[in-house]
Design a protein around this ligand. Structure first.
Ligand SMILES: *Cc1c(COP(=O)(O)O)cnc(C)c1O
Length: 394
């Protein structure tokens, strides 16, 4: 990563990440969560925003810890000189224990066997590994099931393993985004009982945590010692209305530039399969972005883009590297004009959540799906301060 002044002009399709928005979101969430600590979830390259820049910003604005899904993501942060505790929330396979230990990552364990194997690896390397015990209270994913008949004994045995330090116990909620789902209450009740049982046995892991973004915002009882927001850090919706209600700011904009404008007669087919045929004399703009960049093919003949401050429809199929939009009603449009896929232009805005709606998915999938081929530009005070990755083609 270098200052933008030192790099050559990049391709005309890029993502802008507003670090001030990330900072604002972290501070807003930290204020809500206090006295609980905030662990910024930066898995999947910071939900597509760039893990290192998001992590640095989050840590500078109140986050105390980071969480990732896989060991390599943690290693990447360490190699970028990030020294805070980093939790790997996913399953770490035994062949990555050495790597995780070397880079001082905290790991998640879901069973006693896993904890034993990990402790043994740590002893072999002359190290201590910090672990968080995951409890499955109803998500049905990783974790020791809450109704395990001897959960407290298992936890006690894990805590007693040499080479291992049990620093946390946590669970993950399946329905925290849905105020009507009875499962959330049940999961929290189960977790509460487990925490109490551990307490009775004098086993009080430093960090008890349960709250993703939705739970942090909606459920004060889920905050415990540590909250684990992801999506809300980025200013996207953990549930509908959250961004407005909690004054979160979307950090990511995705832009491109018009590559070509052409006037075509009625009856002109556009793109593969000729699924769109102009019904009137039309102006069609070609944009140099496609599904290989993460502009999903499901948006063919469905999505919209902002050009000249107006919404214009995607026409025909989204190609691997290009897409066409109908700018007949958009006023003057010239080659090089900016087109916005996600973000603001004039008085109009398209959010990742709106784009997600067009293809029946969630904002999470939209932003994590923006391809590595798309450079990320980082802004502070509205000005670019860094770019990543530098193109290997230069
Ligand atoms: C991804 C993840 C989070 C963050 O979830 P958001 O909905 O993005 O806030 C928290 N905890 C775990 C275990 C996760 O996998």
């Amino acid at each position: 990563m270098e200052g933008p002044g030192r790099v050559r002009p990049m391709r005309p399709t890029w993502v802008e990440v507003d670090l001030d928005a990330i900072a604002h979101n972290v501070e807003t969430l930290q204020r809500l969560a206090a006295p609980a600590e905030l662990m910024a979830v930066v898995k999947a390259d910071g939900y597509g925003h760039g893990a290192v820049m998001v992590a640095r910003t989050a840590l500078a604005h109140g986050a105390r810890r980071l969480a990732v899904a896989v060991v390599e993501e943690g290693v990447h942060l360490r190699q970028s000189a990030i020294a805070c505790p980093i939790l790997v929330m996913g399953w770490t396979p035994p062949w990555q224990y050495g790597l995780a230990l070397r880079y001082d990552l905290e790991l998640t364990v879901s069973s006693e066997e896993e904890a034993r194997a990990l402790a043994e690896a740590a002893r072999r390397e002359g190290r201590r590994v910090r672990v968080h015990l995951k409890v499955d209270t109803g998500m049905g994913r990783l974790g020791l099931r809450w109704d395990h008949p001897r959960l407290a004994e298992v936890a006690a045995r894990i805590a007693g393993l040499g080479g291992l330090e049990l620093v946390g116990v946590f669970t993950h909620l399946a329905t925290a985004d849905d105020p009507d789902a009875p499962l959330t209450e049940e999961q929290l009740a189960r977790f509460g009982r487990i925490v109490a049982t551990l307490d009775e046995r004098g086993l009080r892991p430093l960090l008890r945590h349960a709250a993703n973004s939705a739970a942090l915002l909606r459920l004060p009882g889920a905050r415990y010692d540590l909250v684990r927001p992801g999506i809300a850090l980025y200013g996207l919706e953990p549930f509908r209305g959250a961004v407005a209600a909690f004054d979160l700011r979307p950090a990511l904009a995705w832009k491109t530039r018009v590559a070509l404008v052409k006037e075509v007669p009625a009856g002109t087919p556009i793109s593969y399969g000729a699924t769109f045929v102009t019904r009137r004399p039309s102006r069609i703009a070609v944009l140099p972005v496609g599904y290989a960049d993460g502009l999903r093919r499901a948006l063919s003949n469905r999505g919209q883009v902002l050009v000249g401050g107006r919404r214009v429809p995607i026409v025909g199929r989204v190609c691997m590297d290009q897409v066409m939009v109908d700018v007949t009603d958009a006023g003057p449009v010239a080659v090089g004009d900016e087109a916005v896929l996600i973000g603001r232009q004039g008085d109009e805005a398209i959010t990742a959540d709106e784009m997600a709606g067009w293809m029946d998915t969630i904002g999470y999938e939209v932003v994590t799906g923006i391809g590595r081929r798309v450079p990320r530009i980082y802004l502070r005070g509205g000005r670019p301060v860094a770019q990543a990755p530098l193109s290997h083609l230069l």
